[in-house]
Design a protein around this ligand. Structure first.
Ligand SMILES: [Ca+2]
Ligand SMILES: [Ca+2]
Length: 226
């Protein structure tokens, strides 16, 4: 009888440890993440010079605006707006130096989490909003490494709802720069406006192998008792 009780307790303790771990709060690495400051540059400037434009949003076509077209910022008083302008992909990018995470990234245990909220003006559905994260081993586009992480949304016709896209990925070991990008398929906007707010990008440790091993051990121990 005592053995039957012990097993759920081990499982519960393991679960509690995992929850505590994932509850860690990591700093948002993006500057002006809520688009509350109206200064920005061209996307080509950011992509052509990570170092000189780090921490600044680079917008291909659009700007930063207060409430408009029936859309209220998800947070604060301002939000990003993008228009198609004949582009297949109308993007906004930010380059982030992650060399301060070199030890964690080099260990192969760095986990990237990114998200953003998307919305369009009313009466139009079908806007294709996307979140894309790319990894680089140096401060230029030619040093792309690993796989690109992409999340894609087809937005509703309601300006009252913000819809979230999110990605997570293990960061390639030689990464020193990350380019965070929100974009819309320009054609999918069909002359409408795509909005984004509350951009987030964080780096944390992937759940420790010890915790996973413990979970596996608890399961194995349970099986052996039967
Ligand atoms: Ca905002
Ligand atoms: Ca919406």
């Amino acid at each position: 009888m005592t053995r039957k009780l012990a097993q759920p307790i081990v499982a519960w303790l393991t679960l509690a440890a995992a929850v505590t771990f994932s509850g860690e709060v990591h700093a948002n690495l993006l500057a002006n993440a809520g688009f509350e400051t109206t200064a920005f540059t061209a996307s080509s400037n950011v992509l052509g010079n990570f170092v000189g434009n780090q921490g600044t949003w680079g917008i291909l076509a659009g700007g930063i605006t207060p409430a408009t077209a029936g859309v209220t910022p998800a947070g604060g008083a301002q939000m990003l707006c993008m228009v198609g302008a004949g582009q297949l992909s109308t993007m906004t990018v930010q380059a982030v130096d992650v060399s301060s995470y070199a030890a964690l990234i080099g260990s192969g245990n760095a986990q990237l989490s990114a998200s953003a909220l998307f919305n369009t003006n009313g009466g139009y559905s079908g806007a294709n909003g996307r979140l894309r994260v790319r990894f680089f081993s140096g401060p230029s586009q030619t040093s792309l490494v690993g796989s690109t992480s992409i999340a894609s949304l087809i937005l509703d016709a309601t300006p009252a709802t913000w819809e979230q896209a999110s990605v997570s990925a293990t960061i390639p070991v030689n990464t020193t720069w990350i380019v965070y990008e929100v974009n819309y398929n320009g054609l999918s906007l069909a002359g409408n406006t795509g909005f984004v707010d509350e951009a987030v990008m964080t780096i944390g440790a992937v759940p420790a192998p010890g915790a996973i091993a413990l979970l596996g051990f608890a399961g194995l121990a349970g099986r052996r008792r039967r």
